[in-house]
Design a protein around this ligand. Structure first.
Ligand code: PMP
Length: 447
């Protein structure tokens, strides 16, 4: 090193020195392993994942998202209607609460499954929005609603226990059940029954092995929602099966259209209280998908068991995100209605335009930001380049490659031939996407 070198140069030189040293160590370690393997005549075994992963793959939604990004990087004007996250930003009041927490030194481990402040805010939310009284020890907080679901299944399922999942469904439900050794029991819910599980279907699906019913209203991927009467009718079936628990995933509760009145099952059937887990979070309502805060509210023994799972996996969720979530739940709520109205406008644009395209049809969903459209009239048609629309996967992948509109095939959610559009994007992009889809479909022909 020369004496006259500027400081930045010295730092770079030092960093390079350390990098090289690390590389030397790595090469030496690898060589030592190879030599040892050679001496004992052992060949390295190829990686073999655990059998519990046998049927699982990275989500199709992520795979489509990755392809969309590739096409974007190649310069194509891609419109992504695949992602399940609001395009809005996290409100400033919430960001400010996070900044304050950071500056106040909220940077350490917190209580295992949620700070007392956040649990208190969740208790207040349950009282304010649903008129339900809980105490803090009936609340658990995790890194997203997904972790709450995982904790619940891990804490309760014995090998072979069954979980009833109305389908089309968010695929994570069955994946989590399988990872935890359970058996997902998919009950197909058709378009003409509004994609909702009927009491007769629930009755038929229950077996001596049934542990849980998973209910998601409004639903991902269909946007279908259960009103108070629908829930009361399902609860009546559960009354005859005291060992079946209900998991109510309320994550889209605030995104409802045309004045739909959201209710969580305990408002309709309070007697389910000792076997109901409410799952919710701040991701969708407050546009906080990246902050990773979800929560569960349910019977104390279940909540305690879920905390054990979390204590031996991730421990507490991010301290700063928890402080932000307190502000989300306790702070101004007026943006919820503004955003909801904007989602309704987008829904109407998408549903109206899809229904005007020959071969496609789409039910008008009650909530969430998804439309689940049938492409039955397209199946079997041929594109100008000779590609045949054999199924919804072929249709979505053809649309992505030719029109650069990314959507998720119904096959990913268990019911075909459909595709899911996430309309959590601007009206301009949605309009553009609808024009492209209509133009592409107009080129299809039947031989
Ligand atoms: N439930 C449903 C139905 C969802 O669609 C999602 C997100 N795609 C979640 C739960 C998970 O949300 P979080 O970001 O809180 O993990």
């Amino acid at each position: 090193m020369t004496r006259h070198e500027p400081a930045g140069c010295q730092e770079r030189r030092r960093a390079l020195f350390h990098q090289r040293a690390a590389l030397r160590h790595e090469i030496r370690d690898q060589a030592a392993c190879a030599l040892a393997d050679h001496r004992i005549g052992r060949r390295p075994t190829p990686f073999r994942p655990a059998s519990r992963l046998a049927k699982l793959q990275v989500s199709e939604i992520l795979r489509i998202g990755a392809r969309a990004q590739e096409l974007k990087a190649m310069g194509h004007p891609v419109i992504v209607l695949g992602a399940g996250e609001p395009d809005f930003d996290t409100p400033d009041t919430i960001k400010d609460a996070a900044i304050r927490a950071l500056q106040a030194g909220d940077t350490k481990y917190t209580a295992l499954d949620g700070t007392p402040q956040l649990k208190a805010a969740i208790v207040r939310k349950m009282a304010r929005d649903h008129n339900l009284t809980f105490t803090a020890d009936e609340v658990t907080v995790g890194a997203g609603a997904k972790q709450i679901l995982y904790n619940a299944m891990m804490a309760t399922l014995e090998p072979g226990d069954e979980v009833i999942i109305p389908t089309p469904c968010w695929t994570t439900y069955s994946a989590i059940v399988e990872i935890c050794g359970g058996v997902p029991v998919h009950v197909p819910c058709t378009d003409d029954q509004g994609f909702r599980l009927t009491p007769a279907q629930l009755h038929a699906a229950i077996s001596p092995r049934t542990r849980w019913l998973m209910l998601n209203s409004p639903s991902n991927p269909t946007g279908a929602a259960y009103d108070a009467d629908d829930i009361a009718a399902l609860a009546k079936v559960l009354a005859a099966h005291p060992d079946v628990w209900i998991m109510s995933d309320d994550i889209y509760e605030h995104i409802v259209h045309d004045g739909f009145r959201f209710v969580t099952p305990l408002q309709v059937a309070p007697w389910l209280r000792d076997r109901c887990l409410i799952v919710n979070g701040v991701s969708k309502a407050y546009a906080m998908t990246g902050w990773r805060i979800g929560y569960g509210v349910g019977p104390r023994p279940l909540i305690r068991a879920m905390a054990v799972v979390q204590s031996q996996s991730t421990s507490n969720p991010c301290s700063i995100a928890q402080a932000a979530a307190v502000e989300a739940l306790d702070g101004p709520q007026d943006m919820l209605a503004i955003r909801r109205d904007s989602f309704t406008q987008r829904r109407d644009l998408v549903v109206d335009r899809l229904n005007a395209i020959p071969g496609l049809s789409c039910r008008r969903p009650e909530g969430a930001f998804y439309a689940y459209a049938s492409c039955a009239g397209i199946i079997g048609m041929t594109a100008p380049d000779g590609q045949v629309m054999q199924d919804d996967r072929a249709f979505c992948s053809w649309l992505l490659e030719t029109t650069h509109v990314a959507m998720v095939p119904g096959a990913a959610f268990g019911v075909s031939p459909y595709f899911r559009i996430s309309y959590a994007t601007s009206m301009a992009e949605l309009q553009d996407a609808m024009v492209r889809i209509a133009a592409a479909c107009a080129t299809l022909s039947r031989d």
